[in-house]
Design a protein around this ligand. Structure first.
Ligand SMILES: N[C@@H](CCC(=O)N[C@@H](CS)C(=O)NCC(=O)O)C(=O)O
Length: 240
């Protein structure tokens, strides 16, 4: 089956978590809004409920045959068992989903560093609030999230190479993406925190070196991080 991924065409955003899974699975997919002459307008019939009775609230969403699935973690929950990106046991699947949901929470907090008052306002109109929010994020929340995931690697009964079980799952791909985004947005903070999180850094490297992921990262399909995405680099928000 050829999947159709729907996401805003010019940013990695939440679509990237789904792209990484599709790329690692070598799945047949098309990134619809990035097709010539399609663009963001391709999403609208779905968001407006004209193309499905089960309209997504927001992208990303995936069309798989007649199914239209939204919510990043929900898409991955559905996709992963079909492409061996999660072990078979219920316990492992629920655990991978739980980790993915925690990454989703983390992502919202990363986004809110530059838009603490809301997405409708420009960053420039909420800069003092961003400064306060980012200081809280880099000083308190980021260490808590990183410390938690480092510990989850250490405590994986199957070994510390992956988050769930003994081989790669979509949770590892998502962790790679979270770390890559945070390094883009907060390079100084990340540089300071890396030595205390060696297992996460090793996991990130392991994911990057997977042949399909490496090929994807080097391809034009990987949109570079940019100042319109969820992860944004504003030097003044990164700690000194
Ligand atoms: N919880 C959803 C969040 C989806 C979401 O916020 N999508 C963004 C783009 S990354 C969007 O376009 N939101 C529009 C809106 O919230 O009005 C998920 O994880 O997929």
């Amino acid at each position: 089956m050829r999947y159709e991924l729907y996401y805003w065409p010019s940013i990695q955003g939440r679509g990237e978590f789904v792209r990484l899974a599709l790329e690692e699975a070598d799945a047949d997919y098309v990134d619809v809004a990035r097709l010539p002459r399609r663009g963001a307008a391709a999403l609208m019939p779905f968001l407006e409920g004209k193309s499905t009775d089960r309209a997504p609230f927001a992208p990303p969403f995936l069309k798989a045959g007649k199914l239209v699935i939204a919510q990043t973690a929900n898409i991955l929950l559905w996709l992963a068992p079909r492409h061996s990106l999660v072990p078979k046991s219920e316990a492992a699947r629920v655990w991978a989903h739980q980790l993915q949901l925690t990454i989703s929470d983390w992502l919202v907090e990363a986004h809110d560093t530059h838009h603490p008052l809301g997405a409708a306002l420009y960053y420039e109109d909420q800069k003092p609030e961003s400064m306060r929010r980012a200081a809280h994020f880099t000083g308190s929340r980021l260490p808590k999230f990183l410390g938690y995931f480092e510990r989850m690697l250490q405590e994986n009964p199957a070994g510390e190479r992956y988050l769930v079980g003994k081989s790669l799952t979509y949770a590892d791909l998502s962790m790679f993406q979270a770390l890559a985004g945070l390094e883009y947005a907060f390079p100084r903070t990340l540089a300071r925190m890396k030595p205390a999180h060696p297992k996460l850094i090793a996991l990130r490297q392991r994911v990057m070196e997977r042949p399909r992921i490496a090929a994807y990262l080097a391809s034009p399909r990987r949109i570079p991080f940019n100042p319109l995405g969820i992860f944004r680099h504003y030097a003044e928000l990164d700690e000194e």
